[in-house]
Design a protein around this ligand. Structure first.
Ligand SMILES: C[S@@+](CC[C@H](N)C(=O)[O-])C[C@H]1O[C@@H](n2cnc3c(N)ncnc32)[C@H](O)[C@@H]1O
Length: 293
């Protein structure tokens, strides 16, 4: 399935770009936001597209004429070294958090509940990660499993799921995404099952967040990105779950109360009814934007 960019026009117009702007798109992905940004940049503008997943850079299609384009395979937590290396001061930074639809469906990384894929769940090269989903599921203690499933997955049956994983692995290593999904599904009681999502969704989210240190990366990115941003520069983040949104909201509030930024909207921007109907992924999206002063 093709990835449809979320809150496209709302996000790009909130960046208040001029043709000469320098923009860091910290989540290049399929280039949906990038192409819209590049439409507004002139030959003196610069677009930097960052993605931790090398397949994004390999497959993206961006216009060949117009602004200078720099593509970097890097975790956005390292935004400071990216802008320093290219001697840039961004006028706008955007991140559309999370993952692309095709990473889940075609990545072969252990995200599909119905496939016998190895349990990796890493954004990029698994060898660059301290641990993979396989290590979490087969090596971590029951308490640690329960804590991440509850904390990162907000799964109310975290205790039962953790216990079921530990019991199942006594019979042999849990090797595939399908095997893990089946163990989790059997552990979540039918009365507690979310109606619209697979019962393993929250636990898979939790493991993925832990493997990629997604919340730690976001915090570092916000801090380093804000410090790299030019005066009057805009910083826009689209988040998809409450853990990320809370981090963004708290960081924005800190900058605003310390007089370093102004809030541009009272409430986060969300998708309208049309977008919610055509792109279900947009239903949980929240866009927050600040301006550095
Ligand atoms: C939702 S997609 C972005 C889609 C893009 N805005 C578009 O319209 O096509 C998120 C992308 O960010 C990347 N990503 C997620 N976390 C990252 C991180 N910490 N550092 C760099 N890239 C990251 C993912 O690999 C994915 O390609």
């Amino acid at each position: 399935m093709k990835h449809i960019p979320v809150l496209l026009h709302e996000t790009v117009s909130a960046l208040a770009l001029s043709p000469n702007s320098t923009v860091v798109d910290a989540t290049l992905g399929g280039g949906g936001h990038g192409r819209e940004i590049l439409r507004l940049l002139g030959p003196k503008g610069t677009y930097v597209g960052i993605d931790a997943d090398p397949t994004a850079l390999a497959n993206v299609s961006l216009p060949t004429e117009g602004a200078r384009i720099i593509l970097v395979n890097e975790n956005f937590r390292n935004i400071k070294s990216v802008v320093t290396e290219h001697q840039l001061q961004p006028d706008a930074i955007i991140a559309d958090l999370g993952w692309r639809t095709d990473q889940f469906e075609e990545g072969g990384k252990g995200f599909s509940f119905h496939n016998d894929e190895p349990l990796l769940m890493t954004f990029g090269d698994p060898s660059k990660h301290l641990f993979t989903a396989d290590d979490v599921v087969n090596e971590w203690g029951e308490e640690s499993l329960r804590d991440i499933i509850r904390g990162y997955g907000e799964e109310r049956f975290a205790g039962r799921v953790a216990k079921a994983i530990v019991t199942a692995r006594e019979q042999g290593r849990i090797k595939t995404a399908r095997a893990l999904a089946d163990i989790i599904a059997a552990a979540v009681p039918s009365f507690g099952r979310p109606s619209k999502i697979h019962p393993a969704t929250r636990t898979f989210q939790a493991i993925r967040i832990a493997v990629n240190d997604e919340l730690g990366a976001l915090q570092e990115f916000l801090k380093e990105g804000f410090s790299a941003l030019a005066q009057n520069g805009r910083f826009a983040i689209i988040s998809f779950h409450s853990l990320e949104d809370r981090i963004v909201k708290r960081f924005w509030n800190e900058q605003i109360t310390s007089g370093q930024a102004i809030r541009l909207h009272k409430k986060p921007i969300v998708a309208d009814d049309d977008e919610r109907t055509t792109n279900p992924r947009s239903r949980s999206a929240k866009l927050r934007v600040i301006e550095k002063i």
